[in-house]
Design a protein around this ligand. Structure first.
Ligand code: BYC
Length: 315
């Protein structure tokens, strides 16, 4: 079959909402864009464990500690599904991880901010997981089968994550004056970086147009950001807190909240590696990789021996 014919079949599948599967023919650029997005997503889950991991040993009670531990473990699981999804496209896990460690691959800008207080753990769950869910619910309908299926499970877990974050902030918001101040301070520091998670404005987005045509993306960066603002602007009232944006205002005509402009200079600075914690995050991942070398080696020797034993039994 000619490439033109193969492309026609591919596009007709996209048109008919039939998932593209690993062994199907797909344009090189479709594969490349998926490897880029899925591996960035996987790295975000793994690097995202670091700011929260910082508070496991300092959680204010045994119950909070157990919940946080479970959440951070979930993020590791998400990273692993996503690395596997990327592997179905022909990339190896080593290559993907090397790209993270060499600084070639990106991960979400949000994880380059520090977690200074316990309130930040609440803000991450509520705002960061909240932003991630909106994006990921859309990705449950993405056109590539393994990515879409991984997202279904991830979204279920993310809902629990967001609720645990809100619950932390709710407890602080009902506490002492000092606890209420901690809650407000965390919201103030995490609000704008959370809005940045959705990426540049649609007019500045490099990949959106093509990714939308291929149904990798189902909603644009700005559409998702607006949905997030509308959701959080209501939820913040339950906390009796405010969002740090003087321009935030309900627009009766448009039926959504208007909000202020993001500091894009800060965003690109963080994306380019110059955020408050970029160096610290990559150093931590490289160290974990080096220190885990013996585990990978032991696991592969065990797997080889087991395979040899099974082959011997069959013979
Ligand atoms: N940070 O053309 P655009 C989690 C880059 S983790 C850094 O709009 P696209 C969690 C973008 O890559 C969940 N870079 O790109 C874990 C591109 O550069 P390249 C994380 C960003 O791909 C632990 C350039 O800017 N979620 O939930 O069409 C604890 C132009 O952008 C960012 C995902 O990863 C950013 N924020 O759209 C707690 C979702 N934004 O690649 C929670 C999957 C943009 O050309 N990813 N860039 O060098 C996506 O949905 C899309 O990739 C994005 C960007 C919406 C993020």
């Amino acid at each position: 079959m000619s490439v033109q014919e193969l492309e026609k079949i591919f596009l007709s599948k996209i048109e008919q909402e039939i998932k593209i599967e690993p062994k199907d023919w797909m344009p090189d650029a479709y594969r490349k864009t998926l490897v880029r997005q899925i591996s960035q997503h996987a790295h975000s889950e793994i690097v995202g464990m670091l700011p929260e991991g910082n508070w496991i040993s300092r959680a204010p009670s045994l119950k909070r500690k157990a919940i946080l531990l479970a959440k951070v473990q979930d993020e590791a699981g998400h990273g692993l599904y996503l690395y596997s999804a990327a592997e179905t496209l022909g990339t190896t896990r080593e290559q993907t991880i090397n790209d993270l460690h060499s600084g070639k691959a990106k991960y979400s800008s949000i994880f380059n901010y520090p977690t200074l207080t316990w309130g930040d753990i609440g803000a991450i769950g509520w705002l960061v997981d909240g932003a991630a869910i909106l994006n990921q619910v859309m990705l449950c309908r993405t056109s590539y089968g393994p990515y879409a299926r991984a997202m279904v499970r991830i979204c279920k877990e993310e809902s629990f994550h967001q609720r645990q974050g809100f619950d932390i902030l709710l407890a602080l918001s009902k506490g002492t004056a000092e606890q209420r101040a901690m809650c407000q301070d965390s919201i103030n520091r995490w609000w704008w970086p959370s809005l940045m998670m959705f990426g540049p404005h649609d007019s500045e987005s490099t990949h959106s147009e093509q990714s939308t045509q291929w149904k990798i993306k189902r909603m644009s960066n700005d559409e998702l950001r607006q949905k997030f603002v509308d959701m959080i602007a209501e939820q913040v009232k339950v906390l009796n807190m405010t969002l740090p944006d003087p321009h935030l205002k309900w627009n009766e005509q448009a039926k959504h909240y208007d909000f202020g402009e993001i500091n894009w200079t800060e965003f690109w600075n963080v994306v380019k590696g110059n955020g408050p914690c970029n160096k610290q995050r990559l150093d931590a991942r490289r160290k974990a990789w080096d220190e885990g070398a013996w585990v990978r080696e032991a696991a592969s020797v065990y797997a080889e021996k087991r395979k040899a034993r099974q082959e011997k039994q069959i013979a």
